[in-house]
Design a protein around this ligand. Structure first.
Ligand SMILES: [Cu+2]
Length: 372
């Protein structure tokens, strides 16, 4: 279900923040920048104004030779309820589905809600006019609430929460300037990640026999992909007067068929489009539309076999269409030179899932970056 109310509440909040800043920034028009870090018309003071772009999308800008940028981003995603294809499923419907890991037994455990938190630390450096390099480390925290039912019927035995956390896969990217003129830019990103994140997380679960056991957690609860992955991006951005827009293809391609536990996550292809408006020299706001297609998991981890839909590699992947609103704030005080604060909220407008699997509810992101 698309949370129109959440998005409209956020848009209203963004507009309210805009009003006072508008007045404050009225005398700062000479500082105005439209296209971010490498606006070729930028003056020699290197004012790192923020580009009109969603903070959740990476690889949209380059740095000039010798320039650094550090960033911290916090992402939160909420998942709520189960779905197969485009139909929501009740607990009873999930319990009526055969568990392919141990037929003819049906699923006995139903995921209810999930929280995913990600802390991302990034560094960017402009090597020369056409090459910027970027490194990224992330710390993940996941928790999932489950309902466990008895072995034969539909009697709920209780709820349990499974949690995992740790350092994720480390990523490095080379961003290459393909073309740039005063209003259009094309950037190619060659990104690679190494499997530093754990894929052997376990936690205590409530079994259909009404006992507790410590088990390997399902794929969705693991921290890393376990494989070496390529993260290619191809980005176009444009701007004209107070408007900015962009298009990006973003891939997540597994370079190995199997990780150490015998599987690989599905390849992912995302198409992002966004447009925004510079309200004043301090603030821009905009909207993003994204389409993501991800394959099922290939292979399986033989240690993951609980009677829960998340333990089946076929219940992964699908197609998501998502709408987000964003704001980027660049304080105009010289004390904050180079700092950008960004905010984004998004929710799915359409999800067609290889189910039964959990469906997305909404996501939020806050980001701080400092260029020098
Ligand atoms: Cu940067």
């Amino acid at each position: 279900m698309f949370s129109y109310t959440k998005l409209s509440a956020l848009s209203a909040a963004l507009l309210l923040t805009a009003a006072p800043i508008n007045a404050y920034a009225a005398d700062n028009h000479h500082h105005r920048h439209h296209s971010g870090h490498t606006d070729i018309s930028a003056d020699s003071t290197h004012n790192h104004g923020s580009a009109i772009e969603p903070s959740t999308i990476m690889g949209t800008h380059l740095h000039d030779k010798g320039e650094w940028m550090l960033s911290y981003r916090y992402n939160y995603m909420r998942m709520d309820g189960m779905r197969d294809g485009t139909s929501d499923l009740s607990d009873a419907q999930v319990l009526a589905t055969t568990n392919p890991n141990s037929p003819p037994v049906n699923f006995r455990v139903v995921p209810q809600t999930m929280n995913m938190q990600m802390h991302m630390f990034g560094a960017m450096y402009g090597v020369n006019h056409w090459l910027t390099i970027m490194g990224m480390a992330m710390y993940m925290q996941k928790d999932m609430d489950h309902a466990t039912y008895n072995m034969a019927g539909t009697t709920k035995l209780g709820h349990f929460e499974a949690a995992s956390s740790g350092l994720g896969d480390l990523q490095g990217t080379a961003l290459i300037r393909l073309y740039e003129d005063s209003s259009h830019k094309f950037i190619f990103g060659a990104g690679f990640s190494i499997p530093t994140g754990s894929i052997t997380e376990g936690d205590e679960v409530l079994t259909p026999m009404n006992t507790t056991a410590t088990l390997r957690l399902p794929y969705a609860m693991q921290i890393g992909s376990g494989t070496y992955d390529a993260h290619p991006t191809l980005t176009y951005t444009g701007h004209s007067n107070d408007w900015g827009w962009g298009l990006q293809y973003e891939g997540e391609i597994r370079l190995q068929d199997k990780n150490d536990e015998g599987y690989s996550l599905g390849d992912k292809h995302a198409f992002n489009a966004w447009a925004g408006y510079q309200l004043n020299s301090a603030l821009n706001i905009g909207a993003r539309l994204s389409y993501t297609d991800q394959d099922k998991i290939k292979g399986r981890d033989s240690n993951i076999s609980a009677p829960v839909p998340t333990a089946d590699p076929n219940n992964y992947g699908g197609k998501w269409t998502e709408l987000g609103v964003f704001a980027n704030f660049t304080p105009q005080s010289t004390d904050f030179k180079g700092h950008v604060f960004a905010l984004e909220a998004s929710a799915p407008v359409h999800q067609d899932l290889n189910g039964p699997q959990m469906k997305q509810d909404y996501a939020m992101s806050v980001r701080w970056s400092f260029g020098f």
